[in-house]
Design a protein around this ligand. Sequence first.
Ligand code: DP6
Length: 325
Amino acid sequence: MRRATAYAHTNIALVKYWGKRAVALNLPATGSLSLTLDRFGTETTVAPHDDDDDRFVLDGEEVTGKERARVSSFLDMVRALAGSRARCAVTSRNDVPTAAGLASSASAFAALATAACAAFDVDVDARARSILARRGSGSAARSVHGGFVILHKGARDDGEDCFAEPVAVAPSLDLRLVVVRCATGRKKTGSTDGMTLTERTSPYFSSWVATHDADLQAATRALADGDLASLGRTMERSTLKMHASALAADPGLWYFMPVTVAVMNDVRAMHDEGVPAYFTMDAGPHVKILCKSTDADRVAARVAAIAGVLGVEIAGPGPAARVLA
Ligand code: DP6
């Protein structure tokens, strides 16, 4: 094997993934539709390591326990493809607060899949790499590609039809995602645990899954048609249904902070004033607002003034995961 470095940007789901149809291969219970951003991401280097165990350093700190085991079992899949037993030193740097609900596992496993395939000289196309990245984290399958991306739920038990690919977007849609940071620090319940709890205990989980396909289809159509209002309404519906299913879990689970709700209320006020802006949120307190590029500055300035908002960044569509060296 050789030393290889890759970079992947994070992505934000407009139509959410929440729940699994099979845990062993990490197969999602729903498809999803996302935007890969042009900022926030992970740079990962995979290098040969002369030891019995893999080593994992994240943002300058040695990682052990469950998180290193997750990286090691991911590397086992690449080693199996390469027919190698070589141990690795993995060094990652996140340009996004780790585990704060800004989807760091998406960029992390997309970067790891891309770097590890290059390091072990495993010849896989983007579709196969998205399937591989999905095994690490469902959302990571989408960060293999740039721009707007669909992750197909698939129906096969072996997961070979559960891959991500770019989707058609009307050229008239010039969109931005305004990322509103609403808290610092690590979230208490990560997405994997949150969705497992929801699946196991929420009476609304089955409704979430049953009504999901229609949202995915509506959003995909709206993107192709350049219909921001329909895309935005579908996006809000998907996020609210996902969070409603989590709220009804036992014990109930919510990621909202007071400032999260204040920002969402302000986005609704923007609708009423005729500004086409729409919110989504993930397994964390931050809000992401989809709007036209021409409205992004004023949307950002407006939410930055809300008490408790810690920072606002404007992101656009970003590129696919790539090997840097
Ligand atoms: C709320 O991809 O982090 O961000 O597959 O268990 O690693 P695992 O889950 P993950 O879940 C993302 C959930 C979400 C919605 C989304 O990105 O679609």
